[in-house]
Design a binder for this molecule. Structure first.
Ligand code: NAD
Ligand code: UD1
Length: 351
């Protein structure tokens, strides 16, 4: 039977781009996703782009019986684990959902992997585990901090759980990838970020303003100790991020044991105002914005030192900000309703 990579959350934003790259590199993949923040249409688009059938199971990582069935049916040799809830504000309102889904879901997945003797795991972590960073750029060895919300704490708890697991059982090969700020989309405009609810992240909010779905962009805080008072982030193209997963998988499937942590960022920081201005240059549009109070939990600057991934994975982010913005905008204009079909126009009374 052909070796297969299981991609949990593979219908989502980052998982779908990574799935496509894996398929293009000749891997066999199986996507497991409960579609709580994605759509079957994403899988259909993957089939269109890859000119191949994509194995997909609609199901939940918390379902142990389903996981056992999957591991006994497919010859899975590695798992890329993207599945999780990621909306920070929602995590403050519904912390138990985040711990149940993210932490318990990962625990359940690891237990099913162990039962099936599958020990290669790549986990989607976040720069949020650094909390308020003491030094910039952030090096993995600086250690984690205190994440500001239940979402961030769920990621840190998972990292600790995985670290204990790797210490206790040397068969595990685990890559913890700490993402900085992924943006952009596949150059076809066919797959991209399509959150089910109202977005909170900068790029989806910005493209909603640009396309007229939102009147103005709210810029949270203009009194940070940065070049123009707005927060600085390290934006990374989703395709660069996907390539990082392929490299990590290659290293794990070599002779690498234990748990390894790698930052995936570009190393370059941009302020919110710099992003707005670059987006205006790329699109020729004007983005109305207004300043508001700081958003709880935001740090002034968050930027990666990604040299460890450079040395150990042979990976570095290649794509520039302009490319990220062009690709985000192409995705938004080609799919104003995400993967949903265009809503039917309301019929006038009497027509
Ligand atoms: P996403 O919401 O687009 O994708 C996550 C996918 O997981 C969705 O398709 C969702 O339906 C699925 N899912 C959620 N819970 C599930 C469950 N219990 N069982 C099965 N499927 C489930 O999010 P994304 O942006 O692609 O993020 C992927 C991962 O990367 C997440 O774990 C997220 O926390 C992490 N991450 C994302 C970012 C970012 O900026 N996008 C940054 C840092 C870390
Ligand atoms: C956020 C989360 C982080 C999570 C990541 C991916 C917080 C505090 N952090 O990162 O835990 O891993 O998303 O889901 O929520 N901004 C505006 N106006 C907007 C939206 C954002 O000014 O409408 C600003 C923010 O204040 C921030 C920057 O843009 O300074 C980037 O924000 P965002 O895209 O939400 O990413 P992070 O906050 O870095």
């Amino acid at each position: 039977m052909r070796k297969t990579t299981l991609i949990t959350g593979g219908a989502g934003y980052l998982g779908s781009h990574t799935a496509l790259q894996l398929i293009e590199a000749g891997h066999s993949v199986l996507i497991l996703d409960n579609l709580c923040n994605s759509s079957r249409e994403a899988v259909a688009r993957l089939e269109l782009l890859s000119h191949s059938h994509v194995d997909f199971i609609e199901g939940d990582i918390r379902d142990a019986a389903l996981l056992d069935e999957i591991f006994s049916t497919y010859a899975i040799d590695a798992v890329l684990h993207f599945a999780g809830l990621k909306a920070v504000a929602q995590s403050v309102r519904r912390p138990m959902d985040y711990y149940a889904n993210n932490v318990f879901g990962t625990l359940n997945l690891c237990q099913a992997m162990a039962r099936a003797h599958v020990f290669n795991l790549v986990f989607s972590s976040s720069a949020t585990v650094y909390g308020e960073p003491a030094r910039m750029p952030i090096v993995e060895e600086h250690g984690t901090g205190k994440p500001a919300n239940p979402y961030g704490r769920s990621k840190l708890m998972i990292e600790e759980l995985l670290s204990d697991l790797a210490l206790a059982d040397s068969r595990w090969n685990i890559a913890v990838l700490r993402y900085f700020n992924p943006i952009g989309a596949h150059q076809s405009g066919l797959i991209g970020e399509a959150p089910s609810g109202r977005p909170n992240n900068l790029l989806p909010c910005l493209t909603e303003v640009a396309s007229g779905q939102r009147a103005a962009l709210t810029v949270y805080g203009n009194d940070y100790p940065t070049v123009d008072g707005t927060c600085i982030r390290d934006y990374i193209h989703v395709l660069d991020l996907a390539e990082g997963h392929l490299k990590a998988l290659q290293v794990l499937q070599g002779d690498e044991h234990g748990l390894h942590v790698w930052n995936l960022g570009s190393g370059t920081g941009y302020s919110v105002l710099q992003i707005i201005s670059a987006f205006e240059d790329v699109t020729g549009l004007r983005i109305p914005y207004r300043f508001a109070a700081r958003r709880a939990g935001d740090v002034a600057e968050c930027r990666a030192d990604a040299s460890k991934a450079g040395r150990e994975l042979g990976w570095r982010a290649q794509r520039e900000l302009t490319q990220m913005l062009i690709d985000s905008w192409r995705w938004q204009t080609s799919n104003p309703w995400g993967y949903r079909p265009q809503p039917a126009p309301l019929l006038a009374v009497g027509s």
